[in-house]
Design a protein around this ligand. Sequence first.
Ligand code: BEZ
Ligand code: FE2
Length: 403
Amino acid sequence: MTKLKADYILTMDKNYTILKNGEIIFDEKIVEIGKNLKECEREIYLGENSVVMPALINSHIHLEFSSNKTHLEYGDFINWLHSVIENREELFISCKGECFKKAIEEMKKSGVCAFGEISSTGNDLRYLKHSPLKVVYFNEIIGTTPAAVDMLYQDFLARVEESLKLQNDKFKVGISIHSPYSVHPILMEKAINIAKTKNLPLQAHFMESKAERRWLDKGEGEFKLFFEKHFKNAKPLIKPIEFIEKFKDTKTTFVHCVYANDKELQKIKEINASIIHCPVSNRLLNVGLLDLERVKNYTIDYLVATDGLSSNYSLNLFKEIRAALLMHVNLHPKYLAIDLLKSVTTNAAKALDLNNGSLEEGKDADIISFKLPGKVKNLDLLPLQIILHTNEVQKLFINGKET
Ligand code: BEZ
Ligand code: FE2
């Protein structure tokens, strides 16, 4: 049993309790949290201006692209997509053991205890078997060519089976449907059915760009040229609202949603899905900024994630939420800061089906600690100060073990 004592404990519980001079006792699970608790064999005071809070969850990344630094084209979504297709093989080949390790290390340093990995090949599986962080491994299905449907489905099934063999308390399996424009409806249906039968969480990119909006609504625009060039088929295969409906009765998170309209947001709410917001990626691909106020008005939970190094310069999740804080200029920083911390703790845990994200009795002891550069007199401002001043954590516990 370990007891941590900190100047500030941010529990992220339902009442959003902050403890000044607080204590937390845990083994693999959290046992007790409060003040002046019973004595423990191992007690650590974390020092002046120390903060303890739930470890963070990066719900959406593509580790396969971790070798990208300067290869891909930024500034325009479709040009970026062309560059991904052109460089995909080379980037995949150049990301092996060290590259995966470095990417995970960067997340770990920023206080991430768990991440949602989108894998389109299964190449990363043997490295993730030994990941120090918890993994939710989303096997991704992608492909629109009718003649390839059977082959793609067999490959997908084999990847799902392989990943299911690794399931344990630190490794969970999920399914990713790449997007409404890039997956044949037959494949969608089959993959979603597997998720339903095996009760696996789902993710899907949705309405990331204006080009996607135009293509799915009208079959026009930049995506028409894109499909003519790469796939020789030039008809959208599904209406966006039908796409969302396919995820009814599942646990789904839609990624980006920058161009989702009111009907679609309403539908996302109706099926109890959530939204992943990747502000840096959206900025670099120049697709615009998700309207968080609108998402909140639909009472949809949102999560913030880094996306992969294919559309980011860093996997540091504190940097990502700081970027969000600075980009959403129409929202009050004090309140936005609280929502952003929720987006990488409680909301992410709920969407990925993890038993962490808040410091409460019985939750997994996934905990971080770090120090602020000074005292915070007004506790209402603690979340904002945390986001402004934290890049790396001092300690990270996963299932109670210091990692
Ligand atoms: C496909 O494999 O069919 C595809 C991939 C990316 C974008 C669109 C389609
Ligand atoms: Fe993504």
